[in-house]
Design a protein around this ligand. Structure first.
Ligand code: BG6
Length: 465
């Protein structure tokens, strides 16, 4: 039976920048996705040949593995372009015939489109032979707001059973995000100290040097809280904080992650000004497709507590923003001082751009002295060329995981719903208190108010530079 991966929204940014390069890499490295025909669905009037040429340009620009003519030709031979208005219910009968003519019987559908099309596409596919028995991959945002997302989810689940729906959170495909569990649970050095008795705070940083670029229209609705915190950063937070899953499978891990999110200290128990700070970079209001009086945040800093036995008393700080000094994503675990006269031990899991682990601990300064200094061990996993070449990118991994049916590395609806609810409550509380949206200049490490948020509680953002 011929297998096909159909991409709805095949002329969008996600397909060009991420999916085509990931599929090309998979083709070169012989990944599972190499067994699939690739059907690109779009509304634009391209021939397959024209589309393949476009794809060549994107692959040359963004693929991890070097571009090679012969390898690209083999890859491109699997691509077909199919013009279709996917919001038109009557168009699906022709799509059904198209699949039948090619003997395609096994399906994966990638919905790289705005969420308002999810329901229409799913309902259209209901009439396509074999489609509801296939798998469907979705990208955030899963709806414009929580209520819309819930309604959309119900529509999707009426056609595709929940086990066939794969919600991508591409952070879960990142090498060092996957590594957090191993670092935590395979090293007694960390496993046994991983709680509020020994850990003073955890800091999750995701800063970007770019602005909203061509995505002003989408971002204006989302803002940093919905774009980064409620999905990517809550995934990381819950992996850092979860109990050891009974087994490392999808169901057990999701259950533990969900418990963490449910244990977040309810909004309202702490003053909101001690919990959240929102900012906007100067110049954001002049970006394309952005309201000139926009109140959308491009920066967020949060101080959260997980009210369970493991974490009571150790805050989790999160910060993320656009147009900052540098692109850097890391988790810093700050241990408590054993005595006031020595520095804190620090473990940093570096997610990007460098992948690695940094450990800072106290040693005696060399020489006849009792002075204490800090040893700084910096392990760079991605510095080795062979590691760079052998490490698949997030989208390559997640496509493979979907094909193999490993639900482990996808977000579950109940996680999304719980995170979303929490973020909506926070935002509402911030609005109700009329707290300011602080401005920051492009290129800084963050608004100074984000430093005060921690300083009020005797903490500071850890900076390993
Ligand atoms: C996306 C957000 O999910 O993640 C973007 O919508 C953000 O705004 C991107 O830039 C960051 O991803 P990465 O992999 O570059 O860290």
């Amino acid at each position: 039976m011929v297998k096909a991966l159909t991409i709805f929204g095949g002329t969008g940014d996600l397909t060009f920048r991420k999916l085509l390069p990931a599929l090309y890499n998979g083709s070169v490295s012989g990944a599972e996705s190499a067994d699939y025909q690739i059907l690109i669905i779009g509304r634009r009037d391209y021939s397959t040949e024209q589309y393949r040429e476009l794809a060549r340009g994107w692959v040359q620009k963004f693929s991890r593995l070097p571009y090679q003519d012969a390898a690209f030709s083999r890859f491109a031979a699997r691509i077909e372009y199919y013009r279709m208005d996917f919001s038109e219910a009557s168009a699906y009968a022709a799509l059904d015939a198209f699949y039948a003519a090619r003997g395609i019987g096994e399906h994966i559908f990638y919905l790289a489109v705005a969420p308002r099309f999810f329901g229409i596409i799913a309902e259209g596919l209901a009439s396509v032979n074999g489609a509801p028995q296939g798998k469907v991959i979705l990208e955030k945002p899963f709806g414009e707001n929580l209520a819309a997302a819930k309604a959309l989810n119900a529509r999707l689940e009426a056609i595709f059973t929940p086990g066939r729906i794969y919600r991508i959170d591409h952070y879960l495909g990142k090498e060092m995000v996957r590594n957090i569990e191993t670092i935590r649970f395979s090293n007694p050095l960390f496993t046994n100290l991983w709680d509020a008795r020994f850990i003073e705070c955890v800091q999750i940083t995701a800063s970007e040097d770019v602005g909203v670029e061509s995505r002003g229209g989408y971002y204006e609705e989302a803002g940093a809280l919905k774009d980064m915190v409620q999905n990517h950063l809550f995934q990381i937070l819950s992996i850092v904080a979860m109990e050891r899953p009974y087994e490392f499978n999808g169901a057990d891990m999701h259950a533990e992650q969900l418990r963490v999110l449910r244990a977040l200290r309810p909004v309202g128990q702490e003053p909101i000004r001690d919990t959240l700070l929102l900012g906007q970079y100067e110049g954001y209001q002049q970006e394309n497709l952005v309201d000139p009086h926009s109140r959308t945040e491009t920066y967020a800093a949060l101080r959260l507590f997980i009210d369970n036995d493991r974490w009571r008393g150790a805050p989790f700080y999160i910060r993320t923003g656009k147009k900052l000094q540098k692109r850097e994503m890391e988790v810093a675990v700050i241990f408590r001082r054993p005595r006031p006269d020595v520095a804190r031990n620090v473990l940093i899991i570096k997610i990007q751009p460098t992948e690695g682990v940094y450990l800072q601990f106290n040693i005696q300064k060399p020489g006849d002295t009792e002075e204490i200094t800090q040893a700084k061990m910096d392990f760079c996993q991605s510095c080795l060329l062979e590691n760079r070449i052998n490490t698949p990118e997030a989208y390559e991994r997640l496509l493979g995981a979907c094909i193999r049916g490993e639900r482990f590395w996808f977000s579950q609806w109940d996680q999304i719903e719980t995170g979303w609810q929490y973020i909506e409550q926070l935002r509402e509380a911030y609005r109700a208190e009329r707290l300011p949206l602080v401005n920051y200049a492009p290129g800084v490490s963050g608004p100074k108010e984000a430093d005060f948020l921690l300083a009020r509680f005797g903490h500071a953002w850890f900076d390993d530079d």
